[in-house]
Write a protein that binds this ligand. Structure first.
Ligand code: PEP
Length: 261
């Protein structure tokens, strides 16, 4: 496919790793290694307690700061939760929402995800909405149905204008942290399906503009072929984002394959 206007995004999800010094050091190494002419977006998502340390390192750079989750309420008796405005205060511009680990381990439903997406949009945080099927769902040919249900749930009651702020990450659960990457064709196929669903919900201009990231064992040595797929607009990266040299290679994927820069 010809080049498109969607700005690629590479996001690092550091999950529950690193202390504040390690996180600051990693952010500094990534900042230092970044091509100053890089045209696409880079996002780092440390744990809540490391946001301030990473914010200080990223000050004045083009790298965005993200949380890995967000509460749907603004304030009150919600022990353990962090509100959208608190995240903005901590320097975040983005919030990962609905990661499969939140869905599976912390039992987040599509309804909860929907409330979080709405709260983030209201507060002007860019939601990075994660969706994806389990291995069992894929093997029983339910991938499309699962994606459709997750998208309907996440976007319920959200207008097209609001939805235009959202970045969607397709992350097949069986590929997260397992070393099993979806093949470029599998990922492209799912992305085409997600884009079609977004066209059904919000129309063609929206569907053509929405950025779809792929996540699931993206590595320095497979990012180029994934990013060469016409409907893959970026990557959400876990394990490989914890090593500065590897993550820098992912960030500087061979965009030329896509004719994008
Ligand atoms: C993730 O955390 O969203 C992820 C895709 O992890 P990994 O790259 O380690 O599979």
């Amino acid at each position: 496919m010809a080049s498109n206007k969607r700005v690629p995004m590479i996001a690092g999800n550091w999950k529950m790793h690193l202390n504040s010094k390690e996180a600051a050091d990693l952010a500094a190494a990534i900042r230092k290694g970044l091509d100053p002419d890089l045209k696409h977006e880079v996002l780092l998502a440390p744990t809540f307690t490391n946001l301030h340390a990473v914010k200080a390192v990223l000050a004045g750079s083009k790298i965005f700061l993200s949380s890995q989750d967000v509460a749907w309420e603004e304030k009150g008796a919600f022990t353990g939760a962090v509100s959208p405005s608190q995240l903005i205060d901590a320097g975040c511009t983005h919030a990962i929402i609905g990661h499969s680990e939140r869905r599976k381990i912390f039992l987040e439903t599509d309804e909860v995800v929907n409330k979080k997406v709405k709260a983030a949009i209201k507060a002007n945080l860019v939601p990075v909405l994660c969706i994806g099927e389990t291995l069992e769902e894929r093997e029983s040919q339910r991938t499309y149905r699962v994606l459709e249900t997750q998208l309907n749930g996440a976007f319920a009651g959200i207008t097209a204008a609001e939805a235009s702020k959202v970045v969607i990450a397709y992350e097949p659960v069986w590929a997260i942290g397992t070393g099993k990457t979806a093949t470029p064709d599998q990922a492209q196929d799912a992305h085409v399906y997600v884009r079609r669903q977004m066209e059904r919900i919000y129309g063609k201009p929206y569907a053509e503009a929405v950025r779809l990231l792929y996540g699931g064992s993206v590595k320095a040595d497979n990012v180029d072929e994934l990013m060469a797929q016409p409907d893959i607009d970026g990557a959400l990266v876990g394990g490989e984002s914890l090593k500065s040299d590897k993550f820098l290679r992912v960030i500087h994927f061979q965009a030329v394959l896509k004719g994008r820069v």
